[in-house]
Design a binder for this molecule. Structure first.
Ligand SMILES: Cc1cn([C@H]2C[C@H](O)[C@@H](COP(=O)(O)OP(=O)(O)OP(=O)(O)O)O2)c(=O)[nH]c1=O
Length: 204
């Protein structure tokens, strides 16, 4: 623990969006991504799946040498349509099929977030309902050409060009982008590391 009572914090993620969101709320942290097997288990419920992924990312990172005395944050985002989990598209055809399925329908975005503390892992899942307007085929093709879909669950980014597909949203915008800020703050408060303490102790 540092003199100001804060533990070192590591974000276990390769997602630039998650890094930007954590920076947005004034936390100081390092980033160390880990590879975990992201295959859902047979009949695994989507909310339990994103929680398990978030937990596995956080714990795999905390187990790395030098990290055992750090708090580690992991997260996982999936798009869920009619109970079926959509991860990141594997190909252009896969991304096209996802966008065609989302077109004109409502889906859920589920983000699990896990904070591995020194003695326990705390976790939360945040579900957001998103409605897409109907997408034209040539619009989907043009979107695929931009390259934006490929590193994003469901094949779109609400914070990017994909923002034009979204008619409405009920829930947490930051959770759709990859990290629910309220739940993250809540988890940090639970381990006596409230976010505002970073504001007070920082020089930024
Ligand atoms: C729905 C949606 C997802 N996404 C992103 C958030 C996540 O980065 C990604 C889902 O994949 P994840 O497996 O949750 O995360 P990741 O592979 O990008 O990073 P890491 O596992 O190392 O933490 O989709 C958006 O950026 N915008 C959106 O609107």
């Amino acid at each position: 623990m540092t003199a100001d009572g804060l533990y070192p914090l590591i974000l276990a993620s390769a997602s630039p969006r998650r890094r930007e969101l954590l920076e947005q709320i004034g936390l100081r942290f390092t980033v160390q991504s880990v590879d975990v097997d992201e295959t859902p288990r047979e009949h695994e419920a989507p909310d339990l799946y994103v929680l398990r992924m978030a937990r596995e990312k956080a714990l795999a990172c905390q187990r790395l040498p030098g990290n055992t005395d750090s708090l580690v944050l992991g997260a996982d985002t999936s798009v869920v349509l009619d109970g079926v989990i959509m991860g990141k598209p594997h190909s252009r055809d896969d991304a096209r099929a996802m966008l065609q399925r989302l077109s004109g329908h409502q889906h859920e975005v589920m983000t699990g977030v896990a904070l591995a503390g020194l003695t326990a892992v705390r976790e939360r899942v945040v579900t957001t309902r998103v409605v897409f307007r109907r997408l034209a085929e040539n619009e989907i093709d043009a979107y695929l050409d931009t390259g934006e879909p490929y590193d994003k669950a469901g094949g779109y980014g609400i914070q990017g060009l994909g923002g034009i597909f979204v008619t409405s949203l009920v829930g947490s915008y930051s959770a759709v982008v990859g990290l629910p800020l309220d739940a993250t703050a809540d988890l940090l408060a639970q381990v006596d590391q409230p976010v505002w303490q970073w504001w007070a102790s920082g020089d930024e």
